[in-house]
Design a protein around this ligand. Sequence first.
Ligand SMILES: CC(C)(COP(=O)(O)OP(=O)(O)OC[C@H]1O[C@@H](n2cnc3c(N)ncnc32)[C@H](O)[C@@H]1OP(=O)(O)O)[C@@H](O)C(=O)NCCC(=O)NCCS
Length: 166
Amino acid sequence: MNDYSSLVIRPLDSNHDRLGFHCGVASLDDYIYKQARQDVKRRISRVFVATTLEQPNCILGYYTLSTLSIELSQLPPALARKLPRHPVPTALLGRLAVNQADQSHGVGKILLVDAIKRTLAVSNEIAIYAMVVDAIDEKAQHFYEQFGFTIFSSGNRRLFLPLKTI
Ligand SMILES: CC(C)(COP(=O)(O)OP(=O)(O)OC[C@H]1O[C@@H](n2cnc3c(N)ncnc32)[C@H](O)[C@@H]1OP(=O)(O)O)[C@@H](O)C(=O)NCCC(=O)NCCS
């Protein structure tokens, strides 16, 4: 059993065993197998992985971060009214996944908190209004809602969390 108290979260690199990762959602597995390294190389996304000190190449979970400009009309009217009439700068947590055998041990929560901390740190240098997440299904939506994310008014599975509320 992995020691979840010794999690290390750092950028994905070529030593990580990407093919050993299986979260149960094919598109999220395929992403880490085939696309993640390319996205990092091309500066399309940053990919962070959780490992343990004991097994530094074994991926327990990962998330991706990039920037995203949101049209004001996508935000709930009550919030949009308080903002200037321009697209809103946000950070997109595009994907978040935990290896199946390591789910329900708090790894997802730790990854999400890490992503929020990194976003807050960057937002001192580059303005970021909110963190945005794309939930893959209803269960994932509930996972994010318990951390205060709320659904966009447009009715898809995109949720956001204004940074000032954190
Ligand atoms: C969703 C996922 C990232 C959660 O990671 P995890 O490590 O299993 O979750 P944690 O153990 O950190 O759980 C944190 C909290 O979320 C809850 N939770 C976990 N999975 C959940 C789910 N699928 N739906 C709703 N709540 C969930 C837990 O009950 C826990 O609450 P608690 O601390 O009050 O007990 C993980 O199950 C996963 O990778 N699933 C497959 C891919 C996926 O759905 N990704 C979602 C983003 S698109």
